[in-house]
Structures are given as structure tokens and as C-alpha cells.
Design a protein around this ligand. Structure first.
Ligand SMILES: [Zn+2]
Length: 588
């Protein structure tokens, strides 16, 4: 595979630091709500649905792949959404596209008693010879102004061809980034039905392709107006599942590889950065709230770099101004077609379209964006933002390090009585490792700690509804003694990551072969983990070894061969003990 840094990215970052001027919100009410200057009762209209389970189930069931498909089709119909394209036409160009997004936000608002406040964020900046531009955003006011920090879900809407200012080419920009725009819109539609403690902002930017201008203008506006931000979730290239030839690393095992089971979260900084903490928070919320109820599991990969090599995105200007910001991107992407002649990848080219018409009947029948995958990513985003907007105050703590190992000592007085501790043991892996919960005490001794090993520890508070805060930044300590072992966990602890669980087979029913998934818990590396497959009368027909990774989803390939159709049982086995069982159906 070719891994080439697009020459255009050099231009992208060199122009990026120019400041935008005259940044205004066209809806003063939306601006006041973002600042926290409003009466929440004016927006908390019945039905007030603020129950965590109802919200999670609602987001999971109401986000529609058909809606997402229809938005992508419509966004493609504007032909060219370059930031310098036509602003006057009612059907073509960036002007028509942004008015359509704005009208859709208005529609979602009217379906929810006007609760969603729609606005443009206008700013002056010369981009492709147009000097004034508009982001579109919609504000869902929080029910409590005691904490004013907002959560932003965003995507850029502008598209481009090989020449960054070509406003006449076909630039449907479906993967990059109608996919993210559709995701933000669909979340605005569904989440407007619910009431969150803090304000959520749905933001669609322009000017990304020429230098992240729209996001920079919004980040500047937020800073200038002292608006507090809890987290920013940028979605860019979020619906495709097919590898191209030129995708920037780390991405794509090889051309035409297909992957709809992984999504990446990029974020800046080392383990102790606030963006990394927000990335891990998003993953924890997925594992806690969604994994038990979804039919197809997603593995969320916490990436080490801030973005793919040579590429950037709208989360960067927010991070530069000190906000927790992350980027969600597909695991696989069809890379840049703008590198030069001879490259056939789709992004930044006329080829970034919705799909192919295989039998020439004028109807697309093969799609480059997987609507179900896009839907799953929308649900993951929605639940992360919902929990961010609902959770309690982030706690503060110190690590006590002595011959009893490591203990967490709370240093802030909070009304919450429950806390969660995240412990990582590998400096090189920024992903989740171990999670523990404790309650009704201000100190907690961390299990599994081994003397002379280094640990990275952060904590979150949990409110009465079971909603947790964002995690603190991590603190590091090299243990002076051993901690307790799993078999003698103190009474007040609930060790949460030891629970291994079988997930549904995908596909199921199936012919030939399927994938079996295990939600992995904490275990000693010597633990023997396997899946045994039994026929209907209980005869074991196969035993498959499961890779011992901690706190991840492990996938095991199962080949049924010629064993006959019918219902089979598969069982997760740890050191000879059967832990969990499920069934699959083999069809004729
Ligand atoms: Zn993009």
C-alpha cells in the first residue's frame, strides 16, 4: 500500500493560523444559552425524558439508517459543496447545502416544541476568494445552568476536488464528509427529544478543507465569549468501510480490505492529556451502556496520534484553544485522490460519491458508505455526548503510594458517593485496561498492583442515576508495594472488568462460517480461555482458543465445515469453568 502524505496538507497547516474576524451568532438566543445565560424552565418542556436508560435505548433504536441514507443523497445533490462554491443557487453549491441543513435543524426543533435553537456562526475570512462564511449550529439547552459547560458534536460539510478551490467539479464528498454531517444531523433529530443536564451543540462547519477555518472560528467564538466546553466530538470520514490505496497511516491493513466492526478515536497528547481522557470516556460509555444491548458490537480503538499522518481535522483548533476534543473516524478509509495523476482513491476527488449503479438502471445498488456502520457510529457518538452532558462534576484525587501498593485518595468534596477508577499498566498503550468501582469511602486500594510496576490512574464520579463524569487526567506512580489480589477484594469494591461475556455471533444465522465475540475481562496472562461448540444433543464438536487481551473484544473465527444445519450452543470457558453460553443457527 502507498502511504503518502498529501502535499496539500502542508498548505492546510500553513494557512491555518490566520484568525477569522467578525465572528457572530445570527441567533442571539442560541449564543446566550451557550454562555449559560438563560432560564432552563423555558426549554424543559414536557415530556421531560432524562432517564439514562430511556435515553440510551432511544438513541440506539431511533437513529435510522434510512434517515442517514436520505441525508447523504441530499448532500450529494448539491453537486459541489466547496466553501468557495455558489451561495446564491437554490439547488447547487455550499449556500443551498447550508440552508438545507439549517432548515432541517428548524424542522427537528419544531417537532420538539422549538427546543432546539438554530443559528449560523458567521465569520470573515478569505477562502477561495469568498470573504464571508457561515457554519450552521443548533443548541439544545441543558436543564440546569449550575454547570455551564457544553458538549459539541460536529462535522465539516464542505467538500473538495483535487484543486482545493475548484468550485465547478463534481464534489459530492460523501465519505469526506457528508457521512459526518449526516451523523450530526441525525443526532440532532433524535437527541432533541430528550432533556440533558448540560447544553449540547450540534455543529456543521465549512472551510475545513482549506484550513479548518469554520472550526477555528467556532473555537475562537467560544473562547472570546468565555463559553465553557466539556468535550468536542469531531466526526470526519465516518461511514466508509473499504480501504483505498493511499489512506494515511495508521489505517487500513491493505487495499479493498473491509471492516465495519472497528471505529477509531484520535486525540492529542500523551496519556495524561484531557483529549485522551475524553476518548477513553467515550469508550467506557460504549462498553457500559451500549455493548449489552447492541446486536453488532463495535471495537473502539483509542489511537495514539492526534490524527492520521499528514492529515488534520476540526478537533485540532478546539484542542489548540485548550478544549477536550477528539476525532471519530472509520477504521478503513478510501484515501486521498488528490495526490496526483494515477491515483483512484475517492476522497478529495469526483469519485467520492454515494455508490455505483451496477446494472445501469439509474438506481445505485452498491454503496461506498455502509449505512448500518454509520448508524452504529452515530449511536456511539450520541451516547458519549449524552453521558458527557448528563454526568456529575469531575472529581479530584491524589495517589497514595506505600508498602500496601497504590490507593486513590479523593481530595474534592462532592455529593457523589460512588466513583470509578481506571488503571492502565502499559505506558505504550493508551487504551482502557482495568476499571473498578468504589462507594461510600474517600480512599480506595487498587487491586492487582505489583511492587515496582508503573500504573496510570484516573477516576470519575458516578451520580445516583448511574451516570459517570468524564475521567480525570491520569496520574502516574511506580508502586512501592503489592496491592490486594482479586480473591480478596475489600467489601466496598465492585470489580467490574472481571466479567467476561459472550456476544452475539455475526452473522447469525449463517452458512459456512461466522465470527464469535468475547467481551474480555481482567485475567492473569496464563488463563486458558476458549469457546467450546456443542451440537443440539450436547456433544462437543470443537474447541477454539481465545486470545487473552484485557478489556477488549476478542473475535474468534468459526468454520462450521460440513457439520449439518440446526441450532448449536457455544460456551465460553475460563480455566475449565463454563462462564457464559449462547446459541447460533446454521442454515441449509
Ligand atoms: Zn474531512
Amino acid at each position: 500500500m502507498k502511504t503518502i502524505c498529501a502535499f496539500f496538507s502542508a498548505l492546510l497547516f500553513s494557512t491555518f493560523l490566520q484568525a477569522q474576524t467578525n465572528i457572530i451568532s445570527t441567533n442571539p438566543e442560541a449564543a446566550q444559552v451557550m454562555k449559560g445565560n438563560y432560564d432552563p424552565s423555558a426549554y424543559t418542556l414536557p415530556p421531560v425524558i432524562n432517564d439514562k436508560t430511556q435515553i440510551v435505548n432511544g438513541i440506539n433504536s431511533l437513529i435510522s439508517n434510512d434517515s442517514l441514507h436520505s441525508y447523504l443523497k441530499k448532500l450529494g445533490s448539491f453537486y459541489n459543496r466547496n466553501t468557495g462554491s455558489d451561495t446564491v443557487s437554490g439547488t447547487r453549491g455550499v449556500g443551498a447545502a447550508r440552508r438545507w441543513v439549517f432548515d432541517m435543524f428548524l424542522q427537528y426543533s419544531s417537532q420538539n416544541q422549538g427546543r432546539l435553537l438554530c443559528s449560523y456562526l458567521q465569520f470573515d475570512q478569505n477562502i477561495c476568494n469568498i470573504t464571508q462564511h457561515r457554519n450552521i449550529f443548533a443548541v439544545l439547552p441543558g436543564s440546569d445552568t449550575a454547570e455551564k459547560d457544553i458538549t459539541i458534536i460536529e462535522a465539516h460539510m464542505d467538500s473538495r476536488c483535487e484543486d482545493g478551490c475548484d468550485t465547478s467539479c463534481l464534489a459530492q464528498g460523501i465519505e469526506d464528509n457528508a457521512s459526518g454531517t449526516a451523523l450530526v444531523m441525525e443526532l440532532a433529530r433524535v437527541m432533541s427529544k430528550y432533556t440533558f443536564k448540560r447544553t449540547i451543540v450540534f455543529l456543521v462547519t465549512i472551510g475545513e478543507e482549506q484550513g479548518l477555518y469554520g472550526a477555528n472560528a467556532f473555537a475562537q467564538y467560544v473562547t472570546d465569549n468565555a463559553i465553557e466546553v466539556r468535550g468536542v466530538q469531531n466526526n470526519d470520514v465516518i461511514g466508509g468501510i473499504i480501504c483505498g490505496y493511499t489512506s494515511s497511516p495508521p489505517s487500513c491493513p491493505g487495499p479493498n480490505d473491509i471492516d465495519s466492526l472497528n471505529v477509531r478515536i484520535f486525540s492529542a497528547g500523551n496519556y495524561a492529556s484531557t483529549p485522551k481522557a475524553y476518548a477513553r470516556f467515550s469508550k467506557v460509555e460504549y462498553i457500559d451502556e451500549l455493548l449489552p444491548i447492541v446486536s453488532v458490537p463495535t471495537n473502539i480503538r483509542i489511537m495514539t496520534p492526534e490524527d492520521r499522518t499528514g492529515r488534520g481535522g476540526d478537533h485540532i483548533p478546539f484542542r489548540q484553544k485548550g478544549y477536550r476534543s477528539v476525532r471519530f473516524s472509520s477504521a478503513n478509509e478510501n484515501g486521498s485522490g488528490d495526490i496526483g495523476p494515477g491515483y483512484t482513491d475517492r476522497q478529495h476527488s469526483v469519485r467520492d460519491v454515494l455508490g455505483k449503479d451496477l446494472n445501469s438502471d439509474g438506481i445505485l445498488d452498491s454503496f461506498y458508505v455502509d449505512f448500518n456502520y454509520l448508524k452504529r457510529n452515530a449511536v456511539i457518538n450520541g451516547v458519549a455526548a449524552a453521558m458527557s452532558a448528563s454526568g456529575p462534576v469531575v472529581p479530584a484525587f491524589n495517589i497514595v503510594n506505600n508498602s500496601s501498593g497504590l490507593s486513590v485518595q479523593l481530595t474534592s468534596a462532592l455529593p457523589e458517593t460512588k466513583y470509578r477508577v481506571s488503571v492502565r499498566r502499559d505506558a505504550a498503550n493508551y487504551d482502557l485496561d482495568l476499571l473498578f468501582a468504589f462507594a461510600d469511602t474517600t480512599a480506595f486500594r487498587i487491586p492487582f498492583v505489583k511492587k515496582d510496576s508503573t500504573y496510570f490512574v484516573s477516576i470519575a464520579s458516578i451520580d445516583d442515576n448511574g451516570v459517570e463524569s468524564i475521567f480525570t487526567v491520569e496520574k502516574t506512580a511506580k508502586a512501592l508495594g503489592d496491592g490486594p489480589v482479586t480473591t480478596s477484594i475489600p467489601e466496598q469494591l465492585k470489580e467490574e472488568f472481571t466479567s467476561f461475556k459472550l456476544l452475539d455471533a455475526v452473522p447469525n444465522p449463517f452458512r459456512g462460517s461466522t465470527s464469535l465475540f468475547v467481551k474480555m475481562g481482567e485475567c492473569d496472562p496464563s488463563t486458558k480461555i476458549s469457546i467450546r461448540v456443542f451440537d443440539i444433543i450436547g456433544r462437543q464438536i470443537q474447541e477454539l482458543t481465545v486470545n487473552p487481551v484485557n478489556g477488549e473484544i476478542s473475535e474468534v473465527f468459526y468454520d462450521h465445515q460440513d457439520r449439518g444445519y440446526g441450532i448449536y450452543t457455544y460456551t465460553l470457558v475460563l480455566n475449565g469453568n463454563m462462564i457464559d453460553s449462547k446459541k447460533f443457527l446454521v442454515t441449509k
